[in-house]
Design a protein. Structure first.
Lengths: 103, 103
């Protein structure tokens, strides 16, 4: 079974990193520049840009050049695809537990 | 900011792999042995056991020794922690979009 990377693959891979999840939580409070995102982690701009690029490729964040800075924002419907997948698995998990209980 | 791995970290890391997600979907249909899980991927038992161990460490799967085989089952409430986290981010994403729209 050959597997090709999908948006769901990239989203989970992006979310597997605690720094990237913290960036998403920060962006939950509103848009921020790359410098604003890097500061609390004591991280270089280069390091933060790498995280942002992975979040962009996973369709979780959008960025926009504003003058000399780059503004980052949570993507619309960022978590919809993976939420749907997880909800389906969650239903499976409940069915499996019910079936075990009924034995 | 020092980050320690949490169950949420481990769950997303486990879900970032398409083989592990396919295993979870298969287990959504009911418990299976490691051999049954390995077969459709043409994967060695050793390779599949490694995936299963990561899923176990992430609290997504439980395993039980039954005679000479090991039976794998979706863990109860496997997806609850990460679902809650994602729903919170999803609400943030909607607020951010509304705020942008109101400008």
């Amino acid at each position: 079974m050959v597997q090709y990377p999908t948006t769901v693959d990239r989203a989970f891979a992006a979310l597997a990193d605690p720094t990237r999840r913290a960036v998403l939580e920060r962006l939950g409070g509103g848009s921020a520049t790359v410098s604003e995102l890097a500061a609390p982690f004591g991280m270089s701009l280069t390091g933060m840009k790498k995280h942002i690029r992975l979040l962009e490729e996973a369709n979780l964040v959008t960025t926009e050049k504003v003058g000399r800075t780059r503004s980052c924002t949570l993507a619309p419907y960022a978590f919809e695809g993976i939420s749907i997948w997880l909800q389906r698995l969650d239903r499976f998990a409940h069915v499996v537990q019910r079936t075990k209980g009924a034995r």
